[in-house]
Design a protein around this ligand. Sequence first.
Ligand code: BG6
Ligand code: MG
Length: 218
Amino acid sequence: QIKGFIFDLDGVIANTSVFHAKAWHQLADKLGVTWTEDLANQLKGVGRMDSLNLILKSGGKENDYTEDEKVKYATEKNDNYLGLLKGLTDKDILPGMKEFIEDLSANNYLISLASSSKNSPKVLEALDLEKYFDARVDPSTLKNGKPDPEIYVRGAEVLNLKPEECIGLEDAVSGIKSVNGAHETSVGIGDPEILNEADINFTDTSQVTLANIKKAMN
Ligand code: BG6
Ligand code: MG
């Protein structure tokens, strides 16, 4: 029986994945790494330093920089991202997600956040959604980022639920792998061909309702 929902943030609740991609694209250009759709998809859901390493690897530049230089570039990307976040409000919540979260809350489901982003508290606050979350995983306390299952294992633990009692919602391949590895039910939001490892697929957030999820689980 499902008792809890564990949410990714960027690309699931808000359109902020577009901002992350824009800021990484800009850095890739600066580093002389070709930006492709495939690279963009690989980066989705992946933490800050892991993302930079994927970009460098994609350009065959994984040994070109010291750790200090990498931190400098990652910080630069984050500063650009924060600039893009300015003016973010509840109007930037993706279609149907506020209603969905309110519905879960009204039906006494527990809700946690499993975002890789260190900026997630700031984003949730700007969207005025913090009050719906019973708990949050702090990504800075993790040993391994998505696609490792750790963040979704913790997403259930912080709700005092067993993995099989939880559904994880994701827009990223790395995230779906993490939910599946945690033995929870995975809901993929986006292109079903890309998110083909998800247990349940929706092409966009407006289809994500309790009724549709229940229907898909039967
Ligand atoms: C994830 C995003 O939610 O957070 C990634 O999908 C991002 O694009 C990652 O790289 C880490 O975010 P931050 O804000 O801590 O750099
Ligand atoms: Mg995401």
